[in-house]
Design a protein around this ligand. Structure first.
Ligand SMILES: NC(=O)c1ccc[n+]([C@@H]2O[C@H](COP(=O)([O-])OP(=O)(O)OC[C@H]3O[C@@H](n4cnc5c(N)ncnc54)[C@H](O)[C@@H]3O)[C@@H](O)[C@H]2O)c1
Length: 266
């Protein structure tokens, strides 16, 4: 692959892809989003961005790298073909990788195509620490996600607590990352990122909290192992265009893209 030709395509053209496109164009780095793969029923009219509705046509166009900013379904349906065609892919819908069969098929596709799949860190940080620390052995990894009560509407939390009248910090879920991903799919990207970087879905403990005093969404990771102890706490601001998506998640994709094209990864 020729890394000097920066033909970047994105899958999806929602809040994250648009933020990425805008931010890259403004950066003057020479890396620009110049194509998108979107569903057949979606019209995208954006200067300088070629639109594809079919993964084969996108492959024909010849992207240097494709950034998946769409959905778990897109990882299943489009990413294997891209990898098999020798095209590197950066994935942000990390929750999809909790499906071990899918993970296996992606690995096989990348092997066949001589390509690479990179997982963006998304809305969470400290994954480098977990990846390094697990080599010497991790004893425990605990993820705690805290949101204002209203943010848990439409989740199983509604069945156990009265979110509207909550006065104090209340735990709405305790379990492992596999159970959390199933019951709280909106949190699945972050729990999957922590589980995949650390000790897996079965052993990563997850606590989800509704806090009426919380100003926003916070993510905390505590880990302990042979290396020592680690704690990280993040309070993320949402993307201006989509309150569901953390700005940091979009930025993590952008930096993954910069690293992809760097001769020296800093
Ligand atoms: N890793 C993280 O921490 C993190 C954080 C936030 C969001 N995400 C994930 O990033 C993805 C994008 O987020 P967003 O805020 O841009 O969402 P969005 O809803 O604003 O946009 C998603 C876009 O993708 C398109 N799409 C869906 N399925 C598709 C497919 N199979 N092929 C092509 N296009 C498809 C939709 O039409 C939509 O335009 C979501 O899957 C979300 O779960 C990850």
């Amino acid at each position: 692959m020729n890394n000097d030709i920066k033909k970047v395509a994105v899958i999806g053209f929602g809040a994250m892809a648009r933020s990425l496109e805008h931010s890259l164009r403004a950066s003057g780095s020479g890396i620009e989003v110049s194509a998108t793969l979107v569903p057949h029923d979606l019209t995208v009219d954006h200067d300088g961005v070629e639109v594809f509705h079919d993964v084969a046509a996108l492959i024909e166009w010849g992207p240097s790298v494709v950034v998946e900013c769409a959905s778990h379904q897109a990882v299943k349906t489009s990413v294997p073909s891209l990898l098999r065609a020798g095209i590197d892919v950066i994935v942000v819908s990390i929750g999809s990788l909790g499906d071990t069969e899918l993970l296996f098929s992606l690995e096989k596709a990348a092997e066949e195509g001589g390509s690479r799949l990179t997982v963006a860190s998304g809305a969470i940080g400290g994954l480098d620490v977990l990846r390094s620390a697990k080599i010497a052995g991790l004893e425990s990894v605990v993820y705690t996600g805290t949101k204002p009560p209203a943010a848990w509407r439409g989740t199983p939390a509604e069945g156990s607590v009265d979110l509207a009248s909550l006065q104090e910090r209340t735990i709405i879920f305790e379990g492992n990352a596999a159970e959390a991903s199933l019951q709280y799919p909106k949190n699945a990207n972050v729990t999957a990122a922590v589980a995949l970087a650390g000790i897996g879905f079965a052993d990563t403990r997850v606590t989800l909290v509704a806090d009426p005093h919380a100003g926003g969404n916070t993510h905390k990771v505590n880990a302990a192992g042979a290396f020592g102890k680690f704690e990280i706490s993040l309070e993320n601001k949402p993307l201006p265009d989509n309150p569901k998506t953390s700005w940091l998640a979009a930025l993590s994709v952008e930096q993954a893209l910069h690293r992809h094209f760097q001769r020296i990864e800093l």
